[in-house]
Design a protein around this ligand. Structure first.
Ligand code: AMP
Ligand code: MG
Length: 409
């Protein structure tokens, strides 16, 4: 396909030249959403000892087991009280009980906890009114976490559950990957920035904001470089600032028009170019090279094209650099509700609405699919992935859809 790179090859190239960044130490309260940079090996078991799951009495099951066969319920002597946070001084002997609170370590000698509701306690003794099975209401040492077990592997993004577990393991500081810094540069004489006064012939630089948001969503730190004019020196000067970052993302100026200087300037800066044109739609012109160690992406200017190529390529680089192990969006199979035809050349990504109908996932397009129709991205919760070779999809066929948000569940 005349110089077009297949998306999966382009993605492999991106992954091949992207290295994960190093790590920094953060406090647990700053860990949410960060990517773990170390394997977490449990320094101790959780629970650290057998403990009671109920308020009640720690007993020997031997002493209570025949309760249902005898007319008089067993009465045990209470020899000690153990609130949570305390450890029993005594061991439970025959016909003895220790009053115990939830979470307290189970005293030696006891193998069962009878919940308080099953008893009639008096001052120094307790009557067991209902039997418990042997071992009841005891949470075993290590039933959650064994000492020396690998609880989390590096590369996972930290959610509240992981943060809670790290606290259980008494990790107040952990190593997480640095967040990649991403320089974002818009190009085009027709562009004006949000806060600028501009005439009716200008259009607002929306790409930089959409890309900045996508960078943040993927865990990066956006650095906005503003707008470069359509001339090589303006472009070169702005790009030079961007080379301090880990990744540089340009939008616009990457096609073959008279004012598209990205290619020229990348070359002047000594870029090692990896590819220029992708076999996808939207988003065919995409430049990717390495300039002085910075990964430089030139995305097309049309808003949908820039978002789509970010989604399929830049996001991969960002996630890998950020230390993530899982790099791809989840996909689902859904029944296509329309028919669609195309040339058997490029891979298409239609903006789609995934729905659940009678227990089955279906997908329909958002409507007009032009590369300037940004509402197609606003309405979409998925991207319908139509492979290069396919010419025709009929209503009722199953298609693969990349899931952007789970709001169809
Ligand atoms: P280009 O790839 O430079 O030929 O740009 C294609 C079209 O994309 C332009 O005509 C603009 O309408 C639009 N465009 C380019 N850059 C931006 C931007 N930063 N924000 C919004 N639209 C843009
Ligand atoms: Mg332009």
């Amino acid at each position: 396909m005349d110089g077009l790179t297949r998306l999966e090859d382009a993605q492999q190239t991106v992954l091949d030249v992207t290295e994960p960044l190093g790590c920094e130490k953060v406090g647990l309260l700053d860990a949410l959403g960060r990517v773990l940079g170390e394997d977490i090996i449990a320094p101790r078991a959780n629970p650290p000892w057998n403990n009671s799951a109920m308020d009640g009495f720690a007993v020997r099951w031997e002493d209570i087991k025949k309760e249902h066969e005898i007319t008089t319920p067993p009465v045990l002597n209470i020899i000690e009280d153990v609130p949570a946070g305390k450890v029993a001084m005594k061991a439970v002997g025959p016909r003895e009980a220790i009053r115990i609170m939830t979470g307290a370590p189970v005293p030696n000698g006891a193998d069962t906890v009878v919940r308080v509701e099953f008893t009639e306690p008096a001052a120094d003794s307790v009557r067991i009114m209902q039997q418990e099975p042997q071992g009841a209401n005891i949470r075993a040492k290590g039933e959650d976490v064994q000492e020396g077990e690998c609880i989390m592997a590096k590369g996972v993004p930290l959610r509240p559950a992981e943060v809670g577990m790290l606290a259980i393991l008494a990790k107040s500081f952990i190593f997480v990957h640095h967040r990649p810094r991403v320089a974002i540069l818009a190009t085009g004489d027709e562009l004006a920035d949000l806060d600028e006064r501009f005439d009716e012939h200008k259009i607002v630089n929306s790409n930089s904001y959409g890309i900045a948001a996508a960078v943040e969503e993927a865990g990066g730190i956006p650095v906005l470089l503003g707008i470069a004019k359509d001339d090589p020196s303006s472009l070169k000067e702005k790009i030079a600032h961007g080379l301090k970052c880990d990744i540089l993302v340009l939008s616009g100026g990457v096609s073959m028009g008279d004012y598209d200087f990205t290619k020229v300037v990348f070359a002047e800066l000594g870029a090692d170019m990896h590819f220029w044109k992708l076999a996808i739609r939207p988003g065919q012109p995409v430049a990717f090279g390495t300039i002085q160690g910075t990964l430089a992406f030139g995305l097309p200017g049309n808003p949908v094209s820039s978002m789509m190529t970010f989604e399929q390529l830049v996001r991969l680089a960002l996630l890998k650099m950020g230390g993530h192990r899982l790099l791809k969006r989840p996909t689902v199979q859904a029944r296509f509700q329309e028919s669609f035809s195309k040339q058997p050349d490029r891979r298409h990504f239609l903006r789609g609405i995934i729905e659940r109908n009678n227990g089955e996932l279906t997908v329909r397009t958002t409507g007009k699919q032009g590369s300037g129709i940004l509402t197609s991205m606003v309405k979409a919760n998925g991207l319908i992935d139509i492979p290069e070779e396919i010419e025709q999809i009929h209503a009722g066929d199953m298609v693969t859809v990349q899931v952007l948000s789970q709001n169809f569940q």
